[in-house]
Design a protein around this ligand. Structure first.
Ligand SMILES: *Cc1c(COP(=O)(O)O)cnc(C)c1O
Ligand SMILES: [Zn+2]
Length: 429
């Protein structure tokens, strides 16, 4: 693996201060004394340049904050929709699909666009970093990091709530360099983040950082880069189902770079983002144009989450209010948010299967259903150029065609183990 000279710096979206990346681990915050704000990567190359010989998504490495190129990386696939487009009366509907759909060139064996996040995060780890990466996940992120860390022998600890275990599989036995930690009991993604942070604060570990990691965001931003590479212009509408909103923040950041380049259009790109009802904190806040999410008690939130089909959309602490986060992106794009009921998502998924021929992740079904709503309300016009981000799918094919091995946790933590002192003790290397 060839090491790259840093071709990026990190700029605070609040105070504008520029930072070099950290010599060990990742720089995740500005550290100036102000309100929380996301950092953004700024690249030396202001032009959108493709490296045609680099593997998969690394052909966009000029605009990825990475220190090396990993071999065998996947890429999102852009496809024109004919049948579903016809059904909806949309002539210029394009999908960007991340998942498993071999005859269309989509070869992500972990089945979701989390496989666009894990490779650049791993490729951002500085040379000589000896500590272990700590990643928290509800399921899809864990599956992607399991695969990428195993393939490239990157020492990592992955923390998931026990309910996420059925969604974890690998195509090969899990190597020793990756430790899977499962949390027992009534815990969710948010608890996994809390425990992950405790582990990451122990000697010998460092945090991946979630939405604060620019490699994660710009990795997801390659969805927009793939679209522009193929179509030569920015879309007028961008549709995605969101849990944290990180993917939407990511394409919004990429749009800014493409505008600065100047060759790909100058019009607005409207963000159309959907959540799975009844868990719709960001929809509710955005509809009132509120920067703050409305307070909801824990029990209420957990009950709503339990009633949704798309569990990957159930982030209780999304980067919505933070400067440079989802509220700002929605505001700048004059965005729209949609609440999608389970039945509507399921119906949209069935129509997608009938028209286009692939099963979708329940979250991607939510995105398709939100497009149906937009057509109904005439928010999109027949000739508008539309990017529908299909964030996951092809699981049925994958299970039929590949030997998917369930992954067993190495460590199971029960609620009594979750005190900080006990965590520190268990994870001393
Ligand atoms: C994580 C995930 C989402 C939500 O993405 P965010 O941008 O983090 O909100 C949507 N669909 C699938 C399949 C996912 O795995
Ligand atoms: Zn700052």
């Amino acid at each position: 693996m060839k090491s790259l000279i840093p071709h990026y710096s990190l700029v605070c979206s609040l105070c504008g201060k520029r930072h070099a990346d950290a010599p060990t681990g990742f720089r995740l915050t500005c550290a100036e004394n102000h309100a929380p704000a996301l950092l953004r990567a700024q690249y030396v190359d202001p032009r959108f340049e493709i490296q045609p010989d680099a593997p998969g998504m690394f052909r966009f490495a000029n605009w990825l904050p990475v220190r090396r190129i990993l071999p065998d990386a996947p890429a999102p696939v852009v496809m024109h929709s004919e049948k579903l487009g016809q059904r909806l009366g949309l002539n210029r509907l394009y999908f960007v699909f991340s998942g498993y759909w071999p005859e269309r060139g989509a070869l992500m064996t972990t089945g979701s666009f989390k496989e666009l996040e894990a490779p650049p995060v791993c490729a951002r780890i500085p040379d000589g970093e000896r500590r272990r990466l700590v990643v928290s996940s509800a399921g899809n992120t864990a599956r992607a990091f399991l695969h990428v860390c195993a393939t490239h022998e990157i020492p990592a600890v992955i923390v998931v709530p026990e309910v996420g275990l059925p969604f974890l599989w690998m195509l090969r036995p899990k190597p020793e360099c990756v430790t899977l930690v499962a949390l027992k009991g009534d815990v969710d993604y948010f608890d996994a983040i809390r425990i992950g942070n405790l582990i990451a604060a122990t000697d010998g570990y460092f945090p991946e950082g979630g939405a604060a990691n620019v490699a994660r965001r710009d990795g997801m931003g390659t969805v927009l880069l793939s679209f522009v590479e193929q179509l030569g212009t920015l879309p007028v509408h961008y549709f995605q189902a969101v849990g944290s909103g990180t993917g939407a923040i990511a394409v919004w950041d990429m749009r800014r770079r493409l505008l600065e380049d100047g060759r790909f259009g100058a019009g607005n790109m409207r963000l159309h983002l959907a959540q799975n009802a009844p868990f719709t904190p960001m929809v509710d806040a955005w509809r009132q144009h509120s920067r703050d999410l409305f307070p909801e008690n824990d029990t209420e939130q957990r009950r709503n989450i339990a009633a949704t089909r798309a569990h990957v959309l159930s982030n209780r602490r999304p980067p919505y209010a933070i400067v440079g986060g989802l509220y700002d992106a929605l505001n700048e794009s004059n965005g729209e948010m949609y609440a999608v009921a389970n039945d509507d998502a399921q119906r949209a998924g069935a129509l997608f299967m009938q028209d286009e021929g692939s099963d979708l992740d329940p979250a991607a079904e939510v995105a398709v259903a939100s497009l149906f709503q937009a057509v109904e309300r005439k928010t999109v016009a027949p000739n508008d150029l539309i990017l529908l981000n299909l964030t996951g799918g092809g699981y049925e094919r994958l299970k039929r065609e590949q030997s998917c091995i369930p992954v067993q946790p190495d460590i199971v933590l029960t609620p009594v183990d979750l005190a900080p002192e006990i965590i520190a003790e268990k994870f001393i290397l």
